[in-house]
Design a protein around this ligand. Structure first.
Ligand SMILES: [Zn+2]
Length: 294
């Protein structure tokens, strides 16, 4: 008969191995079936989709440039897609912000190309446990940077304290295309990372600024969701403002979360993505607690 101590030791020995194996199998399965697909946006700019944030691509005489790089297990599939499209190992890798679904393949691509991002992206990646040094940005900036590549001029513009505290948009002036990063979830409630310097008021202010700044016919690569127009971006902004107001008013008049969710029923289709309506309510509530003065 086993003693209690033996049982505990046996349990301690097996539980971590089992948990680790299951999580590895889950991770392998999760990415094994992912297909990286390309969509032409202009003569030289493409969008790649797979799992994680949308990837912007420029391929031409100066070589290959990518904006964001999804999760680490997808690096080889992304590279294979670039080669199929006539590209090469990326010379330049831009990060719109630090989240892992946009920077996971940095260690792979950073071993042969230069990673460029806002100052705070490097700080936040460097603070993560076990983040490979080859995945850190080697060129960082505070406000704005211009890149001359493949006959285009790319304005990389920092948007302060919106989705996080280190976001940028990338504007291809010639091709008339902008990669918005996670300031834009096309057709869905956005994730706003309040714990990493993000704020709802910041997202609203930044989106208003972008809409003022860009040509009305620009094509927009959102952080998540299908290709978009300025009208789609305006709809997203209006939805954020209207739903924020409904949630704030519900909260102030003492409604429960489920009562607030009922008030948002007209926006139910916006809660079908990564951020469902209940998570959106929580984001607005934590923003109210932490960003009152912003
Ligand atoms: Zn993000």
């Amino acid at each position: 008969m086993q003693t209690v101590q033996t049982l505990i030791k046996t349990a301690l020995f097996f539980i971590p191995i089992t948990a680790l194996s299951i999580s590895n199998i889950w991770a392998a399965d999760r990415f094994a079936s992912v297909e990286v697909k390309a969509q032409m946006i202009s003569d030289s700019v493409l969008m790649l989709t797979g799992s994680g944030g949308n990837i912007g691509v420029s391929i031409g005489p100066d070589g290959t440039l990518i904006i964001d790089d999804q999760f680490a297990p997808l690096a080889e599939k992304i590279q294979a897609a670039l080669v199929t499209l006539g590209g090469d190992r990326p010379r330049l890798i831009l990060n719109t912000h630090f989240h892992g679904d946009h920077t996971g393949s940095n260690p792979n691509f950073g071993s042969s190309g230069a990673i460029i991002a806002h100052d705070n992206v490097r700080v936040r990646l460097a603070n993560q446990d076990n983040f490979a040094p080859s995945g850190l940005p080697v060129i960082t900036f505070a406000d704005q940077l211009t890149i001359h590549f493949n006959g285009d001029e790319l304005a990389v513009i920092h948007l302060p304290n919106g989705h996080t505290d280190g976001d940028s948009v990338v504007w291809f002036k010639q091709a008339n295309v902008m990669h918005m990063g996670d300031h834009f979830f096309n057709g869905a409630f956005p994730y706003i990372d309040i714990g990493s310097g993000g704020s709802v008021a910041g997202v609203i202010r930044n989106l208003e600024q972008v809409i003022q700044m860009v040509p009305a016919d620009i094509q927009i690569i959102p952080g998540h969701g299908p290709m978009a127009s300025v009208a789609d971006l305006s709809t997203s902004l209006a939805t954020i403002k209207k739903t924020q107001k409904i949630i704030q008013q519900g909260q102030q008049s003492g409604l429960s979360d489920s009562e607030i969710e009922a008030e948002l029923s007209a926006y139910a289709s916006w809660g079908k993505g990564f951020i469902n309506t209940s998570r959106w309510i929580n984001i607005i509530k934590s923003d109210m607690e932490q960003n009152v003065s912003r």
